[in-house]
Structures are given as structure tokens and as C-alpha cells.
Design a protein around this ligand. Structure first.
Ligand SMILES: C[S@@+](CC[C@H](N)C(=O)[O-])C[C@H]1O[C@@H](n2cnc3c(N)ncnc32)[C@H](O)[C@@H]1O
Length: 372
């Protein structure tokens, strides 16, 4: 592998033991585990502890909830081991509602994860509420228009944010340079660092497949934002519950390395297809679209006679702050598979050193991530 190429590995076994990873080797974790007490995940969590199906069958939902979380806790502890000091852990999770033995109740996954991650030693930082709008008329639960018998509907999920230890430090000149080149635009910061995100859920692509039924991908924009917010170029991003490989693809678009773990071997072929059918032109347009949206923002500001003091020579446009003046995009040249690895998947991604933005084919519509 060329030293400046990025690498993406996906291992197929339980993430409770990430034996391939050294202590303190990961810069960022982004993940979405199976959601305890959401029925679609009963089977896969049940296989990890045979007491879980027994607890469910014997109408002991609180015990099942606790046992499911104990399996996730082992993964959070393993994340702690492999994460570097100052690294972030971002966990997308939804709470669950369920009726067991005639009793309807909320199973609060987010608070259970926060308390266990705090026990491990992580610091919880302001979390993001991901509002998933739904207009389905049948979404309400309970006694219709009559009081006291209805429940509010869950229309959000959480992105819980933790850090291991104190703030990351940037010591060498290279680290400082990579950090500046990985900056984001001022107007992106204003959206990304809000604690409420309004992102559409993912359209189910492989509706009829048995594995797809058990898979709930997050939208590509979600890991893409988090990667850009909490890591820099060349970093290692880990997803211990990689599913269909969305985090891997976001890492490819962001010039990071990545590692994924997936317990379900049936997903291997789907992940392979997802990565190997990435249309490079399309991916590069998605990267370039950030620039186009920035230009729109700048033009709008200039049209209202607002001042913009700074200039980014690398991409040839005005920027709001001096911190954005080294921001640069590198476009994907080639994604290749390492065929010598049979037990796991390994891809290498090469980027153009200096391909100008103008060389990326133009498309009229805003296709950010829509072309997959
Ligand atoms: C919510 S899905 C993740 C979806 C993913 N974010 C995506 O966009 O495709 C959770 C995934 O974790 C996997 N999984 C469950 N338990 C696991 C474990 N102990 N280790 C690794 N993967 C596991 C499931 O098979 C499932 O694919």
C-alpha cells in the first residue's frame, strides 16, 4: 500500500473482542448498535446471550433489556481500549416502546448507554437529537382522541457523544497542517454543531432480502458530518456495528481510514457490493457539492453587501474565517480491493494530489449522497 493511500478493513465477528486492534489506535468511533427491545434485533442479540430469549419468553422484559445492554457494554469497553486519548465516541441509538404481557412501556436505551459509558470512564458531551420527521397518519398509539389513554410517538433518535479523556492535542507540524486542511466551512459549522439534526431516514434499498429486514442503515450524511466534525484527514475511524458499511463509505469520501466489525456474515456480499459499486465520479461530485453550496452561500452574503474578509487560495474562494483558509478537498482516484485477504475485506483508496474542482463533471441537481 502506498503510504498516502487510505485503508478500509471490515472484520466479520463480534465486536465484543476487537483483537485485530491495538490499544489506543483509533481516532474516532461512529456507530449504531442493534437497538435493545426493538423486536427486529431480538434474534441477533439473543444469539449473543441465550438468557435473552428466555427473559423475553418468560415475560421479563426489564431483564431482557438489561442483558441486551450488557452485551453492548462489552463493546463500549472494547472501544475505550482501542481509542486514543481525546478520541470521540458517537453512538446513534433510538429508544424503544414495546408491549410485553399487556404492559406498554418505554425502554430508554439512550440513558442506559450514557450511564454505562460514564461508568467506563467516558465523558458525555452535549448530545444530538436526530429528528426523523414522519407524517404517517397511523403513527399515533393509544385511544385516539380520548384523553389519558394515548402515548406520544417517538419521532427522534439520539446521537450520543462521548470523549475519552481530555481534549486531543496537535503536537507536530504535520498534525497541525492536517487539522487545518480538514477544517469545515463556517456555515457548515452552524448546521452541524446544532444539537437538533433534521435528517431524513434511509430509503430501504434491498427491501425483500432477509438480511435487509434486519438492517437499519443510517443516512450517509450522518457519519459524514460526524467524521468531519470529530476527526481529521488520515485518522482511523471505527464502526463496531458496521451493518451495510455506511461509515466505511463516509470515511472514503472524507479521506479517513476505517475499520468495521459485523457479526452477520450474510452482510459481507452486500457490503462488498456497496463499496465496489461506488461510482467515483458521483462520489467526487458529492465532495465537490460542498464547495458549490459554499459558493452559493458566499454569493448570497455578498448580494446583501455583507463583508467577507478571508480568502482560501487552495480552492479559490472567499471564506468567513481564517481557520477555513487551508481547507482543501482531495478527490478519489481509485478504490481497489486487496484480494489476498480472504477472511475479511480490505480496500485501499487513492486520491488525486491536486485535481482541480473544475475537472469534476458537473451535474445540475444537488446530488449529495443521492446517487447511491
Ligand atoms: C443498526 S445496524 C448498523 C447499521 C449501520 N449503521 C449501517 O448504516 O448500515 C447494527 C448492526 O450491528 C450488527 N451486530 C449486532 N451485534 C454485533 C456484534 N456484537 N458485533 C458486531 N456487529 C454486530 C448487526 O448485524 C447489524 O448489522
Amino acid at each position: 500500500m502506498k503510504s498516502d493511500n487510505n485503508r478500509h478493513d471490515i472484520f466479520f465477528h463480534a465486536a465484543q473482542n476487537m483483537e485485530e486492534l491495538a490499544n489506543s489506535s483509533v481516532d474516532l468511533v461512529i456507530t449504531s448498535p442493534p437497538y435493545p427491545m426493538i423486536e427486529m434485533w431480538d434474534e441477533i442479540l439473543g444469539k449473543q446471550n441465550p438468557m435473552i430469549p428466555i427473559a423475553l419468553k418468560t415475560d421479563n422484559p426489564r431483564l431482557a433489556f438489561e442483558l441486551m445492554h450488557q452485551e453492548l457494554d462489552k463493546v463500549w469497553s472494547e472501544c475505550w481500549r482501542v481509542m486514543k486519548e481525546g478520541a470521540f465516541l458517537c453512538i446513534n441509538i433510538g429508544d424503544a416502546t414495546r408491549t410485553v404481557n399487556g404492559e406498554f412501556a418505554l425502554y430508554n436505551n439512550n440513558t442506559r448507554i450514557i450511564s454505562s459509558c460514564e461508568k467506563i470512564g467516558f465523558t458525555n458531551l452535549p448530545n444530538i437529537l436526530w429528528r426523523k420527521a414522519t407524517n404517517a397518519p397511523n403513527k399515533f398509539m393509544g385511544s385516539g382522541m380520548l384523553p389519558c389513554g394515548a402515548y406520544v410517538t417517538l419521532e427522534h433518535e439520539w446521537i450520543l457523544i462521548f470523549r475519552k479523556g481530555s481534549k486531543r492535542t496537535y503536537k507536530t507540524a504535520t498534525e497541525k497542517k492536517e487539522r487545518r486542511e480538514s477544517s469545515f466551512f463556517w456555515e457548515e459549522r452552524n448546521i452541524w454543531f446544532s444539537d437538533v439534526w433534521e435528517l431524513k431516514g434511509v430509503k430501504q434499498k434491498i427491501d425483500k432480502s432477509p438480511t435487509r429486514e434486519r438492517n437499519a442503515s443510517f443516512p450517509l450524511e450522518l457519519p459524514y458530518r460526524l467524521i468531519n466534525m470529530f476527526s481529521q484527514r488520515g485518522d482511523v475511524v471505527l464502526d463496531p456495528f458496521v451493518g451495510l458499511g455506511t461509515t466505511t463509505i463516509a470515511a472514503i469520501l472524507s479521506e479517513r481510514n476505517s475499520i468495521g466489525y459485523e457479526i452477520d456474515l450474510k452482510l459481507k456480499g452486500i457490503i462488498e457490493k456497496n463499496i465496489e459499486t461506488i461510482d467515483i465520479d458521483c462520489a467526487n461530485q458529492s465532495i465537490r457539492d460542498r464547495y458549490l453550496r459554499h459558493i452559493e452561500f458566499i454569493d448570497e452574503r455578498l448580494s446583501t453587501k455583507k463583508e467577507i474578509k478571508h480568502f482560501n487560495e487552495r480552492i479559490g474562494c472567499k471564506v468567513m474565517t481564517g481557520q477555513e483558509s487551508d481547507l482543501v478537498f482531495h478527490f478519489i482516484k481509485e478504490i481497489s480491493k486487496d484480494l489476498s485477504k480472504l477472511q475479511y475485506l480490505t480496500y485501499e483508496v487513492e486520491y488525486y494530489e491536486d485535481l482541480p474542482l473544475t475537472e469534476i463533471p458537473f451535474r445540475e441537481e444537488n446530488i449529495l449522497f443521492a446517487c447511491r
